[in-house]
Design a protein. Structure first.
Length: 160
């Protein structure tokens, strides 16, 4: 799963996304020095989070979630116990050279609103609006701000 800071209009019908920063933290186990990976992720995230928190009203804040799938036929084995470093069940998947561990299919949805009244908006290019700038502006309160380009979002593919 990937997750990005998003905007949803007051009617809950139109959306935009800051797609330059995945808000899902990197797996700690993938780094030889876990706290360095966390620091790097926090530094990458900060300008996006700050812009989103300061420029998007609370009622219009959401998270674009990109959910990928693993087809049952690609599960080779299940280890119910895991190991000392990674407890819990593990799935062993038939790895695809083009798509990796996941299928080519994915689902994009924005979760927004306050608990217990969370809502979901299935996204498409037809209901996307321009809310965010192409590049984040440099913060005015410091001279070392990040002028981070916002990566274009890939077109929505039909999951069928």
């Amino acid at each position: 799963m990937r997750q990005y800071f998003a905007y949803v209009d007051d009617a809950g019908e139109h959306w935009d996304v800051l797609s330059g920063c995945d808000d899902v933290p990197p797996p700690i186990a993938d780094s030889p020095i876990p706290w360095e990976a966390e620091d790097e992720a926090r530094q990458r995230r900060e300008p996006y989070w700050s812009y989103w928190m300061n420029r998007v009203p609370n009622q219009n804040q959401g998270y674009l979630q990109v959910i990928q799938f693993v087809h049952y036929d690609r599960i080779l084995a299940v280890d119910e116990h895991g190991d000392i470093r990674h407890p819990g069940p593990h799935l062993y998947i038939d790895y695809d050279q083009q798509y990796g561990a996941f299928d080519a299919r994915y689902w994009r949805v924005i979760e927004f609103g306050t608990y217990p009244f969370r809502r979901f908006l299935e996204v498409s290019e037809e209901n996307r609006v321009v809310f965010f700038p192409k590049e984040l502006p440099k913060p005015s309160n410091s001279g070392n701000g990040v002028n981070a380009p916002i990566a274009p979002m890939a077109p929505i593919e039909d999951p069928s």
